[in-house]
Design a protein around this ligand. Structure first.
Ligand SMILES: Nc1nc2c(ncn2[C@@H]2O[C@H](COP(=O)(O)OP(=O)(O)O)[C@@H](O)[C@H]2O)c(=O)[nH]1
Ligand SMILES: [Mg+2]
Length: 197
């Protein structure tokens, strides 16, 4: 799909900020902070719309990017950054719980981003378990694969297939925003979902 038009349509910052009109649905992106979520959104869109940072930030907003005036990419706040306090984690949980309780009905797919280079983190496992519990099957995007050699990548793919086998994952998508790898697979999912209506 060609992204002809993109705008930051809505920023949900406070508990009573309203979600935007549903339009043709939304695709949500979630992951640990620094996993490469902003980079992936920018790469998918083909334009710098999301803020890429070397230092894990504390953004607690939900950003709705309106694509081609039809559907949204939802940039959910990152979790699991090293210096997060208990209060930070609580706030993240509140924001994320509100999102899933109020918007799951409009969500066509959830992309859960995990860094391909490391082992599954406790916070990733917690998110996956919680999604399982509320009946959401995410697509797992393994990010930053350009940082792995091909034998390392094979090893990590095998590892993730095994460690994720206990969850209902729709698809495992290895990805690089730098090398633009795996982006077509993500777009295919989006196009397929949009064609269902
Ligand atoms: N090599 C490589 N670096 C990446 C990739 N995606 C993100 N990064 C880097 O990882 C860091 C965090 O990226 P960002 O998109 O801000 O992550 P976010 O916190 O999840 O939004 C930045 O330094 C990015 O340049 C990728 O596909 N390959
Ligand atoms: Mg970001």
């Amino acid at each position: 799909m060609k992204v002809e038009n993109v705008e930051l349509a809505k920023v949900i910052a406070k508990p009573n900020d309203k979600f935007p009109e549903p339009l043709h649905g939304e695709f949500a992106f979630v992951g640990r902070s620094n996993v490469g979520k902003s980079s992936l959104l920018n790469a998918l869109i083909g334009k710098k719309v999301a803020f890429v940072s070397k230092n894990p930030g504390k953004t607690r907003t939900i950003n709705y990017y309106l694509i081609n005036n039809k559907f949204y990419f939802v940039d959910l706040p990152g979790y699991g950054y090293a210096r997060a306090s208990k209060k930070d984690r609580e706030e993240w949980r509140k924001v994320i719980e509100r999102y899933f309780s109020e918007r799951t009905w409009n969500m066509k797919a959830l992309f859960a981003l995990i860094d391909s280079r490391h082992e599954l983190m406790e916070s990733d496992a917690q998110l996956l378990e919680w999604l399982e519990m509320i009946g959401i099957s995410p697509l797992v995007v393994l990010t930053k694969i350009d940082k792995l050699s091909s034998p390392e990548l094979s090893k990590q793919l095998k590892y993730f297939e095994e460690v994720l086998s206990g969850y209902s994952i729709r698809e495992l998508i290895p990805c690089s925003s730098v090398k633009k790898e795996g982006l077509d697979k993500i777009w295919n999912v989006i196009i397929e979902e949009l064609s269902k209506e």
